[in-house]
Ligand binder design. Structure first.
Ligand code: ADP
Ligand code: MG
Length: 718
C-alpha cells in the first residue's frame, strides 16, 4: 500500500500582452518546494479584502511558469503517475482552473503543433513504449472517454454516431452495486493494442466532443471530460491479474459568479457556475476534516466517478492552471486556495490484484491429468473412472478367499491399481462392521515392499482428493461471481444492444486468457514489422459532419470562408509539415533499405574471407592462422557502424510515424471544426439577410436564399 497526499502543481499560462511586472512571483526553497506569491495591485487591494492583505502565498510541489513546455510538464507531472499505473496502482491527473487558463491545453494539447501535444498523447506514447519493452508480462489496454454535462454522462467513443449534439451520444448512467462499487452503464471500453489505436480513440472522442458542442451548451467550459486508460497485466502461467486505471481529467471551468460591489466577502461568497464543482469542493472539505465519516460523493456524477481518486485507492495529482492577469486575480486566488485544500487529502493506493478462478481450475485440471498419466505409466495401463462389475466381483472373491486362507504366508495380490486398493479397504471396512473379523489380518509389513508402495499410493490419492476439493471450491466461487454479475445486469437491462459493456472500477473483461493474447501478438507484430509503415489511421475512415450535399453557392461560400479563416493557415502549415515529414520518411525508408543491403554485402564479404582462410589452411597444409585478419576486422567494424546507423534511422522513422499520425489527426479535427463553424455562420448570415431584405411574409429557407455577400465573409474573419 502506498500512502500519499494528493500532489499539487501549478501552471501559469503565457500572457498574450506584456503584463505589468509584479502581479506574482515564484520562489523555490531549499527543500525544492515552490511558493507562488500573488500580489494584489494597489487599486484592487483597497476594499478587496477586509484586512487589506496585499499578497497571498501558496505552496505547490512545483510551479511551472509561463515559458514551461509540454514535455517538461509530462516528465515531471505525468510520467511518475504513468509509472505507478504500469506497476498496478490507480492514478489520476486532473486539471482545475478557470475557463481559458489552459486545462485542455495541458491535458489534451494544442490543436496546432505536434510539440503542443499534451499529457494524454504523451502518456499513451510512454505507456505503449513501456509495454513493448516488458516481455515478461501479458498486457491488455482499454480506453474509455466520458463527458459529463449537467449531471448526464455521455460516451465520447461511440463510433456509430454522427453526433450533432450531445444528446445523440449514448447516455451513461451510474449504477452502484451492494458493495458500493460504481459501475458506469453504457460507457464503452474500447480495446487499444497500439499507441496508434489509442490515439485514434482520443481524436474520435475529441471530435465528438467538438461536434456536439453548441453555443448554447458551451460544453467545453461547462463539462468534465474523463479519459481513462485501463491496463490489465498477468504473468504467463499465473492466475493473478493486475488491473489499474489512469484517469486524465479535464474539469469544467472553475469560474464563479462574481458579486461585484459586495466588498470584503467577495472571494468566500462567490458561487461556482458549475454545481458539480461546488460538490467537488464539499467533498474536498469533508475529506480534509479529520473525524468526518460521511463524504458526500454521491451529490454529483463527477464526484461519484472520481470517488477512488479523492481520498481512496489512487495516486492522484492536481494541476492548478492559472491565467495570471489582473482581471483574473480573484479566480487565480480561488484556484490556489482550492489546491491548498486538495493537498491535505491523503490517499491510499493498493495493488489491484485478483485471482482468476478459471485459470486456477484450468491449471489444476492439467495437474490432475498429468498425475493420471504418471499413474498410467507406473501401472502400465490406462484407467477408467470405475472398475467393472466383473472386476469388482473377482476382487471381492479374492479378498474373501484371502481372509479365509489360514496360511500365514498367503498374500493378497492387488497389483498397483489404486481403485482395487480403495475397494479392498472399503470391502474390509464393510466386513468389519458387519461382523467382528476373527483376527487381525496383516496385509502389509511382510516384505517391506508393499508398505512403501502403499505409502506412495496414499500420497497420490491424497493429492487427488485435495485437488478435487479445490476444484469444487473454485467452481462454487465462479458460480457466485457469475451470479453477482448477472444480478447487476439483470436488474438494469441493457438498452444498447449487446456491444456495450458496463464499466466498473474492476471491469469485467472476457476470459483473461483470450483477451490478453491478441493484444500481445499485435503489439509484437507492431514492433517487428514497423518497417512496413502504414500511414492511414483508422480514424480517417470515419465520416464526420453533415452528410448532405452542399449547393453550389454554398460550396463557393465555404471555399471563401475556408480561405479567410484563421485556422486555414494552420491547416496549410500542417499540410506543409506533413509533406516534409512524408518525404523525410520516404527518404529515410530508402536509406534504411540501402544500409540494410550494405550490411548484407558486408556479411557476405566477411563470410567469403573466412572461407578463403580455411581453404588456404587446407590446401597449403598450414595450421590455420590464429591471428586476427586485419581486413576482416575492418569489415566487422564497418558492419557495426552500419548497424548503428540502421538502428538510429529506424528509431527516427518510428518517431516520424507517430508525428505524421498525430498531424493527420490534428488536420482532420481542424477541418471538422471549420465545417462546423461555417454551418453556424451560414445560418446566422442567412437569417440576417432574411431580416433585412424580406421584412414580411415570405419565409425562405437559408438554402433557397441568395448567397451571403462577400463583404460579410471577410468582416467575420479574424
Ligand atoms: P481551458 O481548457 O482551461 O478553458 P484552454 O486549454 O482551451 O483553456 O486554453 C485557452 C487558450 O490558451 C487556447 O487557445 C490554448 O491553446 C492557449 N493556451 C493555454 N495554455 C497555454 C500554454 N501553456 N501555452 C500556449 N498556449 C496556451
Ligand atoms: Mg477546455
Amino acid at each position: 500500500m502506498v500512502k500519499q497526499t494528493i500532489q499539487i502543481f501549478a501552471r501559469v499560462k503565457p500572457t498574450s500582452r506584456k503584463q505589468p511586472q509584479g502581479i506574482y512571483s515564484i520562489d523555490e526553497d531549499e527543500k525544492a518546494i515552490s511558493a507562488l506569491e500573488i500580489i494584489l495591485p494597489r487599486d484592487l487591494a483597497d476594499g478587496f479584502v477586509n484586512n487589506k492583505r496585499e499578497s497571498y502565498k501558496f505552496k505547490f510541489q512545483k510551479i511551472f511558469d509561463q515559458e514551461s513546455k509540454q514535455d517538461s510538464i509530462f516528465d515531471i507531472i505525468a510520467k511518475p503517475v504513468a509509472e505507478s499505473v504500469l506497476a498496478g496502482y490507480n492514478g489520476t491527473i486532473f486539471a482545475y482552473g478557470q475557463t481559458g487558463s489552459g486545462k485542455t491545453f495541458t491535458i489534451t494539447g494544442g490543436a496546432e503543433r505536434y510539440s503542443d501535444r499534451g499529457i494524454i498523447p504523451r502518456t499513451l506514447s510512454y505507456i505503449f513504449e513501456q509495454l513493448q519493452k516488458d516481455s515478461r508480462k501479458m498486457y491488455t489496454t482499454h480506453i474509455s472517454y466520458l463527458e459529463i454535462y449537467n449531471e448526464c454522462g455521455y460516451d465520447l467513443l461511440d463510433p456509430r454516431h454522427e453526433a450533432s449534439s450531445l444528446e445523440d451520444l449514448p447516455k451513461v448512467t451510474i449504477l452502484e452495486d451492494p458493495d458500493q462499487n460504481i459501475h458506469l452503464k453504457n460507457l464503452s471500453l474500447q480495446q487499444a493494442a497500439t499507441e496508434e489505436e489509442a490515439l485514434n480513440l482520443l481524436f474520435l472522442g475529441d471530435t465528438n466532443r467538438m461536434i456536439a458542442e453548441t453555443p448554447m451548451n458551451q460544453a467545453s467550459t461547462r463539462s468534465h471530460c474523463i479519459f481513462t486508460v485501463h491496463i490489465s497485466s498477468k504473468e504467463p502461467g499465473s492466475a493473478i491479474v493486475r488491473r489499474a486505471k489512469l484517469h486524465l481529467v479535464d474539469l469544467a471551468g472553475s469560474e464563479r459568479v462574481a458579486k461585484t460591489g459586495v466588498g470584503g466577502q467577495l472571494l468566500t461568497e462567490a458561487k461556482y457556475i458549475n454545481l458539480s464543482l461546488h460538490y467537488l469542493e464539499q467533498v474536498i472539505i469533508a475529506l480534509a476534516e479529520k473525524h468526518r465519516s460521511h463524504i458526500p460523493y454521491r451529490n454529483s456524477m463527477m464526484t461519484s466517478v472520481l470517488r477512488d481518486s479523492l481520498g481512496g485507492n489512487c495516486m492522484t495529482t492536481m494541476i492548478a492552471t492559472l491565467s495570471l492577469e489582473k482581471r483574473n486575480i480573484d479566480e487565480s486566488i480561488s484556484t490556489c486556495r482550492f489546491a491548498q485544500r486538495v493537498a491535505l487529502i491523503k490517499n491510499e493506493a493498493v495493488l489491484n490484484e485478483e485471482i482468476d478462478p478459471r485459470l486456477i481450475i484450468g491449471r489444476l485440471k492439467k495437474e490432475i491429468q498429468e498425475l493420471k498419466d504418471e499413474l498410467a505409466i507406473v501401472t502400465g495401463e490406462q484407467r477408467t473412472q470405475q472398475l467393472s462389475q466383473m472386476e469388482l466381483d473377482n476382487l471381492e472373491e479374492q479378498i474373501t478367499s484371502f481372509l479365509e486362507d489360514q496360511d500365514p504366508e498367503s498374500r493378497l495380490e492387488l497389483g498397483s491399481d489404486m481403485r482395487k486398493i480403495h475397494h479392498c479397504f472399503q470391502f474390509l471396512k464393510k466386513l468389519l462392521s458387519e461382523r467382528k473379523v476373527p483376527e487381525k489380518h496383516e496385509t502389509k509389513d511382510q516384505e517391506g515392499e508393499m508398505p512403501l508402495k502403499e505409502e506412495e499410493y496414499r500420497k497420490l490419492r491424497d493429492i487427488l482428493r485435495q485437488r478435487d476439493n479445490e476444484i469444487n471450491i473454485l467452481v462454487n466461487m465462479l458460480k457466485k461471481e457469475k451470479k453477482k454479475v448477472q444480478d447487476i445486469y439483470s436488474s438494469h437491462s441493457m438498452s444498447r444492444g449487446g456491444t456495450r459493456q458496463s464499466l466498473s472500477p474492476t471491469p469485467v473483461y472476457g476470459g483473461p486468457e483470450d483477451s490478453l493474447k491478441p493484444s500481445m501478438s499485435s503489439i509484437s507484430k507492431h514492433t517487428h514489422d514497423s518497417s512496413n509503415l502504414d500511414f492511414r489511421p483508422g480514424f480517417r475512415r470515419r465520416k464526420t459532419g453533415k452528410k448532405e450535399e452542399m449547393s453550389l453557392g454554398r460550396q463557393e461560400a465555404f471555399e471563401i470562408f475556408k480561405r479567410d479563416h484563421a485556422d486555414s493557415v494552420t491547416i496549410e502549415d500542417n499540410k506543409q509539415i506533413l509533406k516534409q515529414r512524408f518525404s523525410e520518411a520516404k527518404a529515410l525508408g530508402e536509406n534504411i533499405n540501402e544500409v540494410r543491403s550494405k550490411i548484407g554485402h558486408l556479411k557476405e564479404e566477411i563470410n567469403q574471407r573466412q572461407m578463403q582462410r580455411v581453404a588456404l589452411s587446407v590446401t597449403e597444409n598450414v595450421v590455420e592462422n590464429q591471428e586476427l585478419d586485419p581486413v576482416e576486422e575492418k569489415l566487422r567494424s564497418q558492419m557495426e557502424e552500419e548497424k548503428k546507423s540502421y538502428k538510429n534511422m529506424f528509431t527516427r522513422l518510428k518517431g516520424l510515424k507517430v508525428e505524421i499520425e498525430h498531424l493527420q489527426l490534428l488536420m482532420e479535427k481542424a477541418k471538422v471544426k471549420l465545417k462546423k463553424e461555417f454551418e453556424v455562420w451560414w445560418i446566422e448570415e442567412a437569417a440576417n439577410l432574411q431580416k433585412k431584405s424580406l421584412p414580411e411574409n415570405s419565409p425562405q429557407t437559408p438554402e433557397s436564399h441568395q448567397q451571403p455577400s462577400q463583404s460579410h465573409l471577410s468582416n467575420k474573419r479574424t
